[in-house]
Design a protein around this ligand. Sequence first.
Ligand code: FAD
Length: 557
Amino acid sequence: MDSNSKPRIVIVGGVAGGASAATRARRVNANAEITILEKGPAVSFANCGLPYHVGGEIADRAKLLVATPELFWNRFRIAVKTHHEVLAIDRSTQTVRVACRNPSDGSTTELVIPYDRLILATGAEPVRPPFAREMPKNAFHLWTLSDMDHLMAYIATHPVQRALVIGAGFVGVEVVEQFHRRGLHVDLVERNPQILTRLDPIFAKIVSQHMESKGVRVLTAESVASLELHDGQAVAAVLESGKRLETDLVVIGAGVRPRTALASAAGITIGPMGGVTVNDCMQTSDPAIYAVGDAVEYTHAVTGKKGLNPLAGPANRSGRIAGEHAARGSSQTMGGVLGTSIVRVFEVTAASTGLNEQQLTRSATPFRTAIVQAASHASYFPGAESMQLKLLYTPDNGRILGAQAVGGEGVDKRIDVIATAMAFRGTIYDLAKLDLAYAPPYGSAKDPVHMVAFTAINDLSETPKLLTPDSDLSGLQVVDVRTERERHQLPLEGAIAIEVDALAERWQELDPAKPTVVVCHSGKRAHIGACWLASKGFRDVANLTGGMSIRAVSRSL
Ligand code: FAD
């Protein structure tokens, strides 16, 4: 097949992956017959924007409708059929059976549509926990435009003061923020011991502490056992621990699972994680059928293993590849996915890429960590905001395994830079060499990315090595180089206090033969102190990475 052939391309699902597949197919083949079948009322809507309309930050609902069926037809000659649900695939005849619903009277007719190439972009569906088998009238998911409309209609017509959000993934925490914006009292319940499980516990804790500072009640390691109903409405949630949370409204964000029923009924291979198995051009086990987006298992860029990654970036990119391949028989390849993600939670941004500590531990991958506290731009230029940046890397050759950042402005840029380095299988030494743009309003001549790489390089060359924030310091000579005020605010028992500027005078008070760790607020002054001691003959000196600010969070877990 080439760009002169005339394949009939049928796409099931018309949002992120489906719309990308359709438009790419058209761009590479003007002769293809392209049809999108979408069971919902709209295609190409901005599901990522839904929470922001709930809170009023995106005031105009129409802005969520990125492209209409008319635009698809007028500009691309792509036929969009909304209210068309594909019920089954017949691979032997290369047809799909479709239920076509008339929205004005609810009647349904069935039709059979032939395809030469079929692209499944059916997405994922929200998990419905056992306590919500029967959804109360005031309980909602937030996954589709209709979900959003129902939720907002309920809020507009009922005296809602308290809201309960169940599940602290991306959608859950975004909804919390938007409800708070609307003046609601919000409780967030998460059954894991932390929110936002892509982050390591300490970084997740920084975010949940920020939420609590806004008045949100965050309950982790708590599961909802049941919802108490009155007139079909949830009035309270009873937790497994016995706690009872009164509420006027419930939003369930308990995760999603790939929507694979169509593929699986057609005998297409489903992988061990529950997503459709695809090759690098997004072909399924049937080469005439492609699958993209949340429905598939992607190859992880670090581990090489297949896994789920329900995010918009991979969905759009995989759609583009499938569309290209379906339309002309060849395409770019998908490559690995890192799971790079970001979320805003009030004034804090949290982002990550690659693997976290839990994933590395589970796969028995040796790793080291470096954490730095850095400013978004030159600290002498007004408006600099602070961030914590963490790097995970291999102990032998410093290959970057993952990164996380939590803080104010500039978190996005640092994680994207590191994700880019990781895409090229970069190491901490590569990061340290990056030539990044700098002027005082934008960054620092030594960017936070450089700083965390330098710190990691020091760790591997033991100049000095790093101890993790939760390290057991007993048996070590602990040298606290903070100021008296800092020590008073966050005491460190058993430490020998010598401020960094006094170390050149007083280092002889210390025992050079003892294993020593130097500690300060963020790890920066401790590095200076540790270097000083090492050059004075202390044989075994370490720096507590992230300093007391991070250790204090780790102690609160
Ligand atoms: P979808 O975009 O979900 O589209 C699947 C479509 O298939 C649906 O419209 C569905 O109706 C249709 N369909 C399913 N079965 C059939 C059938 N049998 N017949 C016809 N049609 C069918 N990701 C990010 O990276 N960043 C974010 O900030 C972010 N925020 C989000 C916020 C919310 C509230 C939501 C809901 C998601 C968010 N996501 C975010 C996730 C992102 O939207 C998804 O990863 C992405 O949309 C997946 O694309 P997809 O094409 O696989 O599936």
